[in-house]
Design a protein around this ligand. Structure first.
Ligand SMILES: *Cc1c(COP(=O)(O)O)cnc(C)c1O
Length: 347
């Protein structure tokens, strides 16, 4: 079902509405010679007294270039989290439609579903953290509008096979959202180049992880123009602020720096996995395709507290499905990782 009727999936109120428009929209290209007395801004120049470009033209161009996509195929959000929320609000009628998620996975899908009063059907991963294709497909119905797949998955760290992901995109009667927050650390390639082929595919990425800019809050959603138009329709017009846009453009000039940092993280990941495997209380180190490692220990609560006493904070994921006694460790700098292992050895 690679070409599904999107207009049927979209909420009627979204189909029928117009987006917010400002007078400024019409004058974007002739800014220099005009006096703007239209938006109740302060007239005193300080670089940030004007509203930002609500089309984020330059930033989008750069991001599309990077992903070899064309105009109209990206939406920007205040972090991926805002984009995930926009997606649910475009497609799911509260109290009626449903989403499908695959726990253990990123916690925000459930939070956003609850916020919007949308039921979340949870289909557990298999014990080896792969997708349970049969069960996922059984959960498809007229009401299931969205399927959220996070690959590489947080907190398990593994990627799902490209074949399985495509199988689900092809068999789902709704929209598949592939969350690629960790794709830059992965040996698998992005599915972003498939958005032209499958009109029910949205790929999200973020500046928060490999690009090192969690503080500016910038997330990207890639999809066909039609989906992007729906998302833009309901998006707060000035959700990306001037400082974020400026900083992101600066950093994007320096992709080599980002790449060299990714390389360091991947080298550190290998070293950390080896060292963790040598610890007596570590029962399992799960393979990682991301910038964190999930480990199973003898007593996660105990080890977690012991490390906090030593000034190191990990993420205790032991309450999550399939994650009994599991801790999630973000790869730090070489010296931070050394310190972690030193402290672990002393326990
Ligand atoms: C960290 C993370 C994100 C990033 O969210 P932002 O709002 O862009 O910071 C998205 N998805 C997953 C699975 C994550 O772990």
């Amino acid at each position: 079902m690679s070409n599904i009727n999107l207009d049927i999936l979209v909420r009627k109120n979204v189909l029928d509405m117009n987006s917010y428009s400002s007078a400024r929209d019409e004058f974007e290209n002739k800014k220099e010679n005009l006096v703007f007395l239209d938006a109740n801004e302060s007239p005193f120049q300080n670089d940030i007294n004007r509203y930002p470009d609500n089309k984020h033209t330059y930033l989008k161009q750069r991001l599309l270039e990077l992903n070899q996509l064309s105009n109209g195929q990206v939406v920007l959000g205040n972090g991926t989290d805002e984009i995930l929320d926009l997606i649910i609000r475009v497609f799911c009628d509260p109290g009626c439609d449903k989403i499908i998620t695959i726990p253990p996975t990123y916690g925000m899908y459930d939070v956003i579903a609850k916020t919007n009063n949308v039921e979340n059907i949870k289909i557990s991963l298999k014990s080896n953290f792969s997708l349970n294709l049969g069960e996922i497909k059984k959960s498809f119905s007229k009401k299931t509008k969205l399927l959220f797949l996070c690959s590489p998955n947080n907190p398990t760290g593994n990627s799902f096979s490209r074949k399985d992901l495509i199988d689900l995109i092809e068999s789902f009667n709704g929209v598949v959202v592939i969350d690629e927050a960790y794709i830059d650390f992965s040996s698998n390639s992005s599915l972003v180049n498939l958005i032209g082929k499958y009109n029910n595919l949205i790929v999200t990425q973020t500046m928060s992880k490999a690009f090192g800019m969690a503080g500016i809050r910038l997330g990207m959603g890639f999809a066909n123009k039609k989906i992007i138009n729906y998302l833009n329709k309901i998006k707060p017009p000035y959700n990306i602020n001037l400082l974020t846009e400026k900083r992101a453009l600066e950093e994007l000039e320096n992709i080599d720096f980002v790449k060299s940092n990714i390389k360091i993280i991947l080298e550190e990941r290998d070293k950390l996995i080896d060292s963790l495997n040598e610890l007596s209380f570590v029962e399992k180190v799960y393979p990682s395709d991301s910038n964190f490692i999930l480990i199973k220990v003898d007593d996660a609560d105990l080890r977690y507290e012991q490390l906090i006493d030593r000034g190191i904070v990990l993420r205790n994921r032991s309450k999550e499905l399939l994650c009994d006694n599991c801790l999630r460790i973000t790869i730090g700098t070489p010296s931070e990782n050394k310190l972690l292992i030193k402290n672990f050895r002393e326990l």
